[in-house]
Structure formats: C-alpha cells, structure tokens
Design a protein. Structure first.
Length: 165
C-alpha cells in the first residue's frame, strides 16, 4: 500500500499537464550560416553556406551564387567552386600550412562577410593510449527509489541497499 501511494504521488507530481510554448515570431531576418574547415591535408575542403530559419520552418535554404574565398595572411587566395546547392569546394590539391593564418571571405547578395585571421595550429601528438578497469560501488541515495518503479522486487532491493527494510 505504501508503494502504491508513492506511485500515485509520483504520477501526480511528474505527470502533470504540459502547455506547449509557441513564441510569436512575426518578423524574421535571416543570418548567414557558415559550416566548414580546412586542414593541412591535401584534399578537397568544403564550406557549406545556408540561411538560418524561422522557428516555424523545417530547415534553412542553401545559399547559391556566393563568392567564397580562403585568404591567407601572406595574401594568397583560394577561390572555392560551388558544386551543389550551398556546397563550395577548394581544389583537390589545396592544403593549409601550420603556422599560417587564414580567413574566410564571402560575398552574397551585395553584402561582404569576412572572418578574422585564425592561425592553423599543429596537432598534439599522442604519446600513449591505455585503458584500465575500475570497479566502483555506487550507493543509492535515500530518495532515489521514488522514481516510477513498477516491480516491487526492485523497490525492495533498493531499500536493502539503503539499509532500510
């Protein structure tokens, strides 16, 4: 009977009604979303451009027809080519160099966007990898059995761990 009361009380406390919140977003101005990375590997690097989207929309639209460049601190530029909707790629032999700083330049719909120069850092070397087995005894706290448990045997075992019976 005691556990039935706890079950009902828990249901009333944690199973209450939830009202969905829908914010009023009548006006929305999109932002340009940029997703990309360059490495020091010789390969095709991609930059994905899309528009942020309103709360009620499913996803942002791909940005088509932009001019995208990667510019290094020594003045060299890599013009990216649009391959798919919103996907811009470098040439296959492009690679960054450790110690050189890079920025991204984007021109879209008459607006220009430019990041700050960011240096390409070297990757830390991994000197060792190991694993070990740890045995830990986890003590169940005093009120941990208040969660919704359907099997009385499990509740009793939790009480034994807590030291009460």
């Amino acid at each position: 009977m005691k556990y039935f009361f706890i079950y009902i009380l828990s249901f009333l406390l944690f199973g209450s009604c939830i009202t969905e919140f829908k914010p009023d977003v009548s006006e929305y101005e999109y932002a340009l979303v940029v997703d990309g990375r360059i490495t020091n590997q010789k390969k095709v690097h991609t930059v994905k451009l899309s528009k942020s989207y309103n709360y009620s929309e499913a996803k942002g639209d791909a940005v088509k027809g932009a001019i995208v460049k990667i510019i290094s601190d020594n003045g060299s530029e890599e013009l990216l080519t649009e391959r798919n909707d919103g996907i811009y790629e470098t040439s296959a032999n492009y690679c960054g160099k450790v110690g050189v700083s890079y920025k991204l330049y984007i021109k879209y719909e008459g607006k220009e966007y430019e990041s700050i120069l960011e240096p390409m850092l070297s990757v830390n070397k991994i000197d060792s990898v190991f694993w070990q087995v740890e045995k830990k005894i986890v003590l169940v706290q005093e009120f941990s059995y208040i969660c919704l448990l359907e099997k009385e045997a499990l509740v009793q075992s939790l009480n034994i761990i807590n030291g009460s019976m």
